[in-house]
Design a binder for this molecule. Sequence first.
Ligand code: AVJ
Length: 329
Amino acid sequence: MSSVQPFGISDDDRRPPVSDLLEVAQRGLGAKPKRLPSWLFYDELGSALFERICEQPEYYLTRCETALMEEHAASIADTLGSDVRLVEYGSGNARKTRLLLQHLHAPVAYIPVEISPEPLRQSVERLAMEFPRLPLQPLCADFSKPLRLPIPPRAPRRTVVYFPGSTIGNFENREAAVLLRKMRNEMGDGGGILIGVDLKKDQAVIEAAYNDRAGVTADFTLNMLARLNREIGSNFELSAFGHRAHYNPMAGRIETHIVSRRDQQVKIGRASVPFRADEAIQVEYSCKYSLEDFAALAAKAGLAVLRVWTDPQQMFSVQYLVRASTLTR
Ligand code: AVJ
């Protein structure tokens, strides 16, 4: 069947061209206060640095979520039911996905959605060897935009969007609701969302996770400037900037900034952008939720929390959301 392409990546042609990078940088650094979008972290080096963050002792998120998946994969698979079409947003290294795929009952297809084609191709190649009977339908696209999902090889009982890693935390409340609402549309009436959500906890524990002693997170943060130097020819002097991540308890989020160590000028295309000493570029929010906070966010998007899997210390949670209307009907 032509719609099932084990190694063919369907390309969503509505993806924005990468050449807009200069414009993104100019707009963000012209704003007050200065800001740059967190997706800029993830070029090849940035993605590798993020993998190393996940191995740092302070970064509890990945370890907790993987442990939850190891312990509960069977019960999660039972909750999702048989003949699921699994759509993963931002498929990364797919370690947690494997645990899920191993337990799913007669999955119809797995659709990893990833903006960078090379990592997508590599992960699909490996999955094809490990799951030879599972139809793989990779989609190269920006998951924050409406997706054109490939035609499934047979009729699924339901479409489940998998969004692990607490990536939802990178979106402010309003945008998070918009993204969940978009998933709700894509999964259809009987569908669901399986989502990893980091939980509120002791401030020192959260701050340590974003300020690891080995300095990998600082390298990850500053790679954003290195990437701009590589790709748009800006001249950020990396030693003249620093990484800062603080927990804002009122907003319930880590706020990461790149801070200028001194007065300086940086060339961005033809423009020269001034920085004062201690001036900050806002680069990332990582929102933390209580179970109640997240249920309220889900409700804003017309979703209800059907199940929550969490550890005894409530460090992290994996949650299954369905359309709110399907519960009351
Ligand atoms: C991949 C978005 C979940 O916010 O914890 C890790 C990214 N930034 N350390 C997070 C990140 C700094 C991470 N997410």
